[in-house]
Design a protein around this ligand. Structure first.
Ligand code: HEC
Ligand code: HEC
Ligand code: HEC
Ligand code: HEC
Ligand code: HEC
Ligand code: HEC
Ligand code: HEC
Ligand code: HEC
Ligand code: HEC
Ligand code: HEC
Length: 313
């Protein structure tokens, strides 16, 4: 007989399990499902861990242990002993031991190579804090359903994502794992690549440069100026210019306060009022960005250093 569909394989295996349950004293996983039938447990037949002809796929015992006294309650005890390994509720194994069960099989993928000692591992978050085994739909794997899983613990990020200027996560076009590897990272804050910037460049490649004139903070870390989740200040800025820029620079316009070298250039560019003050009020319009349009770096060949930079396209 040639079996073509996985459904056929599934029913064959389930039949195999139940078959042995009918024919002789059931053992192993077949014993478990005599009590834990489909009425008791949610259907997981279509999940990656559903009964399968594939020997690599775990069954009840691989994860929960053989649990002999649980499956066959000894006559001399009043209450049924617990199974060997539980993953939820009061008698669950410690987080690292629960994760060890999963890592027994899932330790080869490079995506999970940095799990040990990662922020989640250190905080006693286990694989099953995010992944649901019993069921056909693991919410954390779905692009649109994933954020809700994360938000159960990370409430602040939900608030940030609902600010007016945000990455389109609430719109379902992006998800947390587009930027984070929740299984561990060589970069800060579990970012997906080895650094925050490399993570941003996966989608915003045009910001990578290299530029003739680099702007140091943009080379260092995009999140110096941007909140990657969301902000009330567009586009996702942590602070509004000019304050954003004045964290590092002395203002050189608006009445000549704190003039720096280059004041003449500014005057030439913007002209002067009859009172002799610069006409541009840095608190208006796009502030510093009225003139410095290229804050991520510029290839303007007219720029001389030190001198005007990040000015024109
Ligand atoms: C003779 C019936 C029977 C058999 C066989 C049986 N169980 Fe159970 N199991 C129970 C009962 C009853 C409970 C308690 C259900 C409850 O409290 O809701 C339970 C609970 C559990 C729980 C949940 C414990 C918890 O509270 O988190 C797990 C896990 C479990 N069984 C796994 C297994 C595994 C694995 C096998 C096979 C090795 C197995 N069971 C075989 C009857 C059985
Ligand atoms: C891949 C590992 C794995 C396999 C295989 C597995 N379980 Fe579980 N089981 C878990 C985890 C993790 C939980 C915690 C709830 C969840 O993730 O859905 C759990 C929860 C349970 C519970 C408690 C459910 C509840 O909501 O109260 C029972 C009962 C149970 N398993 C029995 C079984 C039986 C019977 C089988 C075989 C048909 C089985 N498990 C196969 C990992 C596994
Ligand atoms: C006996 C080996 C084994 C164990 C133990 C095991 N898995 Fe798996 N798991 C597999 C196999 C095989 C697959 C399907 C092939 C693949 O994607 O690698 C799979 C797939 C998955 C997937 C991908 C599902 C999908 O739809 O793509 C997730 C998530 C997962 N396992 C999580 C877990 C978690 C969490 C545990 C511990 C509670 C666990 N596994 C324990 C073997 C195992
Ligand atoms: C903080 C939540 C979280 C925890 C904890 C977690 N995962 Fe995941 N896992 C995810 C998310 C999100 C995805 C989907 C995106 C991705 O592949 O990174 C995923 C995907 C997977 C996949 C399938 C994707 C693939 O690589 O094809 C497997 C297998 C898996 N996780 C296993 C594990 C194991 C094993 C552990 C524990 C050592 C674990 N996960 C802990 C969130 C988590
Ligand atoms: C069960 C609770 C829980 C879930 C679910 C969870 N996390 Fe976490 N997460 C934590 C804890 C606890 C820490 C470590 C303490 C901290 O920094 O907040 C952490 C740390 C982090 C960090 C690193 C923070 C830092 O300061 O280095 C990131 C990023 C993160 N989680 C993202 C996610 C994403 C993305 C998801 C969903 C795929 C997720 N988490 C799901 C509890 C959780
Ligand atoms: C566009 C990329 C991106 C997306 C999408 C994203 N994050 Fe982040 N996240 C980051 C970066 C970058 C940092 C580090 C920020 C920093 O260093 O100030 C971070 C930091 C965090 C932190 C650590 C606390 C903090 O603010 O420093 C948590 C927790 C977190 N993210 C959770 C999430 C969750 C949950 C989601 C999905 C709802 C998500 N992130 C979506 C890029 C992203
Ligand atoms: C997975 C792809 C992806 C990654 C990774 C990513 N972004 Fe984005 N980014 C987007 C998308 C999609 C938009 C929305 C574009 C639109 O609405 O037209 C966006 C928009 C933006 C905007 C402009 C928002 C606005 O209101 O115009 C900023 C700023 C931004 N991203 C910064 C970052 C930073 C900083 C990082 C790294 C922490 C990053 N992005 C990582 C996809 C990504
Ligand atoms: C010095 C502060 C600063 C740093 C650092 C910075 N940005 Fe920006 N970014 C801004 C400002 C200000 C704007 C608004 C520019 C405008 O309106 O002309 C902006 C706009 C954006 C936009 C939307 C408009 C556009 O130009 O596409 C994206 C996307 C963006 N930044 C991505 C990044 C990425 C990726 C990094 C890291 C490589 C980064 N930014 C680093 C200040 C910064
Ligand atoms: C985190 C600190 C920081 C922030 C925030 C910052 N810069 Fe810079 N900026 C620097 C550093 C460092 C340099 C290179 C050293 C220098 O020349 O002063 C630089 C260089 C410049 C230059 C070129 C200076 C020259 O000598 O040619 C301009 C113009 C500039 N920044 C404008 C801005 C604007 C506009 C903003 C706000 C959108 C801003 N910067 C935000 C740190 C910062
Ligand atoms: C009206 C246009 C204009 C505005 C607004 C403006 N700048 Fe400039 N800026 C210039 C010009 C032109 C130069 C080059 C001057 C020169 O070198 O002769 C310059 C030079 C600079 C330099 C380099 C100074 C140096 O030592 O050569 C920095 C840093 C700078 N601006 C930051 C800012 C910041 C921060 C703001 C907002 C608070 C701002 N600029 C607002 C036009 C402007």
């Amino acid at each position: 007989m040639q079996i073509k569909s996985s459904i056929a394989i599934f029913s064959l295996c389930l039949f195999g399990l139940l078959g042995s349950a009918w024919s002789a004293t059931p053992t192993g996983a077949a014993l478990c499902v005599t009590c834990h039938d489909e009425e008791d447990l949610p259907d997981m037949s279509k999940s990656a861990h559903g009964f399968s002809a594939d020997k690599r796929v775990p069954d009840c015992i691989t994860c929960h242990g053989p649990s002999p006294t649980h499956a066959k309650k000894p006559a001399d005890v009043s209450e049924r002993p617990h199974p060997d390994r539980m993953f939820i509720r009061k008698f669950a194994l410690p987080a690292n031991e629960r994760s060890a069960v999963c890592l027994g099989c899932h330790n080869k993928d490079p995506k999970r190579a940095l799990w040990a000692g990662s922020q989640h591992d250190n905080a006693d978050i286990a694989c099953n804090s995010c992944h649901k085994i019993h069921g056909n739909r693991d919410k954390v794997l779905g692009k649109t359903t994933q954020p809700d899983v994360c938000y159960t613990c990370h409430k602040e990020q939900r608030a940030q994502m609902s600010r007016p200027s945000h990455h389109p996560v609430t719109e379902g076009k992006m998800t947390c794992s587009d930027c984070h590897n929740p299984h561990g990272s060589a970069g800060p804050k579990l970012v997906k690549r080895d650094s925050t910037n490399d993570t941003c460049f996966t989608c915003h490649a045009e910001k990578r440069g290299p530029f003739v004139h680099q702007h140091e903070p943009a080379v260092e870390d995009c999140s110096i100026c941007h909140n990657p989740h969301g902000s009330t200040i567009s586009p996702m800025l942590k602070t509004r210019p000019p304050i954003l820029c004045q964290q590092c620079h002395t203002p050189h316009v608006a009445g000549g306060v704190g003039a720096v070298g280059g004041q003449g250039g500014v005057a030439a560019l913007v002209g002067s009022t009859s009172a002799g003050k610069n006409v541009v009020n840095i608190w208006q319009g796009r502030s510093c960005l009225n003139c410095h349009t290229q804050v991520h770096g510029s290839n303007n060949p007219a720029a001389v250093s030190p001198g005007p930079q990040f000015l024109m396209r």
